[in-house]
Design a protein around this ligand. Structure first.
Ligand SMILES: Cc1ncc(COP(=O)(O)O)c(C=O)c1O
Length: 403
């Protein structure tokens, strides 16, 4: 009886508690290629910054804070983004509790039930339940090594128009070192995407947690930097650059959007203690050194994983990501990624089946490939030795699956 008292968004939710997925809960024998956690040795020592925050800034850090966020932190973030080609002031920044929280707020601002939202196929799997809880219709658009297929997007919008259906409300995209594919959108595609969004009046949520986790290659302007008209809401986070446990990120957008988002942000303000710690760390000389270490450690792990996959899983295709945390394997059509992930878990290596990254309802390319022909491997948390061992375990269970 109580079952039908839930909101529509909650009615279909599983009542099973989520399975443990923290690497520390899994025991030393399990290799976590499923984890987007930071490498433990890259978690910075923030003790002195925390101490300063709790002494010199006690009143600020232990009281309620302004909903928009700490002004100095906002100014620092605007400066970082301006060095990266944007033209923002601190008023354009809203501090949030991580990028996922930012995305949820963007949905609260823009999305009504049954609105259409464009996502790539595949897309970031934690974005899918956020959109789903707002009752969206997914419009899945394919991607290749140059990112979202903007011509396919144009066609999808035109097809909706021909059917008398409203255009999508939002385009969600991870343009840099995509999760899960690792692909980085080309500048030409970025410009095309912005042109489409402007012409059609569709907001773009640019989710870019890995932007500074670049190992090589030329930095490509962010969507926000290519956005003269203010159609882009940029989601930033310190999760991948400093530490995910701090739970601090930001939205960069036009002032009129930020003002509305402040009204919708009903959490009493993101933690002023964490904001102060990040700001003090960020403006210290330790920060640029830290970013260099992050890039060096993940570059080494990326290289190790790519080499191991090429050596031990020659059937799997992969494109080498220029940054980020993930490699995306595409296997021949006779190999089932869901089955491979299940067997890998039994063999003590956790990976994520590619099918988890598809929102559903899309028309997949006519090349025989389906969501089940992929798996995602993360190299951020596993040590170089675990990377070799994990790919060996994967190769051992790959044979029986592919036979
Ligand atoms: C595309 C993408 N967005 C957002 C996040 C998480 O951001 P946050 O920890 O700031 O919520 C991740 C982490 O894996 C991610 O891959």
């Amino acid at each position: 009886m109580i079952e039908n008292r839930f909101a529509r968004r909650a009615a279909a939710l599983s009542t099973a508690f989520p399975a443990p997925h923290f690497p520390s809960e899994l025991g030393p024998d399990v290799i976590p290629f499923d984890s987007g956690f930071a490498a433990p040795q890259l978690l910075p020592d923030l003790t002195s910054f925390a101490q300063a925050a709790l002494t010199e800034h006690r009143e600020e850090t232990l009281q309620y804070s302004a909903t928009q966020g700490q002004p100095e932190l906002r100014a620092w973030i605007a400066g970082l983004m301006n060095e990266d080609g944007c033209a923002l002031s601190p008023e354009n920044i809203l501090i949030v509790n991580g990028a996922k929280h930012g995305l949820e707020l963007v949905c609260r601002l823009l999305i009504d039930e049954d609105d259409a939202v464009v996502v790539t196929a595949p897309t970031y799997f934690s974005a899918i339940p956020i959109f789903r809880s707002f009752g969206v219709e997914f419009v899945e658009i394919g991607q290749d090594q140059d990112g979202l297929l903007t011509e396919a997007l144009e066609q999808a919008i035109a097809a909706r128009r021909a059917e008398g259906r409203a255009p999508p409300k939002l385009i969600y995209n991870v343009a840099d070192f995509h999760n899960p594919t690792g692909a980085t959108m080309s500048e030409a595609r970025r410009r095309h995407l912005i042109a489409i969004a402007e012409r059609e009046g569709i907001f773009v949520a640019e989710d870019t947690p890995y932007r500074r986790v670049r190992f090589e290659g030329k930095t490509i302007p962010s969507l926000k930097a290519l956005d003269p008209g203010g159609i882009v809401l940029h989601l930033g986070t310190f999760s991948k650059l400093i530490a995910p446990g701090l739970r601090i990120g930001w939205i960069a957008a036009e002032i009129g959007l930020i003002a509305r988002l402040i009204r919708l942000k009903s959490d009493g303000g993101s933690s002023p203690l964490m904001q102060r710690i990040i700001y003090e760390f960020g403006r210290s000389s330790a920060f640029p050194e830290h970013v260099e270490r992050v890039q060096a450690v993940y570059r080494e792990r990326r290289d190790r994983m790519v080499a191991a996959v090429r050596r031990l899983l020659p059937e799997a295709r992969l494109s080498v990501p220029e940054g980020g945390y993930y490699v995306w394997l595409t296997m021949p059509p006779h190999v089932d990624g869901d089955a491979l992930a299940a067997r890998a878990a039994q063999a003590g290596v956790n990976i994520i089946a590619g099918s988890q990254f598809f929102a559903g309802g899309g028309a997949y390319p006519d090349n025989g490939l389906r969501p089940t022909h992929h798996v995602r491997l993360s190299y951020s948390y596993a040590t170089p030795e675990q990377i070799d061992e994990g790919v060996e375990r994967l190769a051992a269970v790959y044979e029986p699956v592919s036979a």
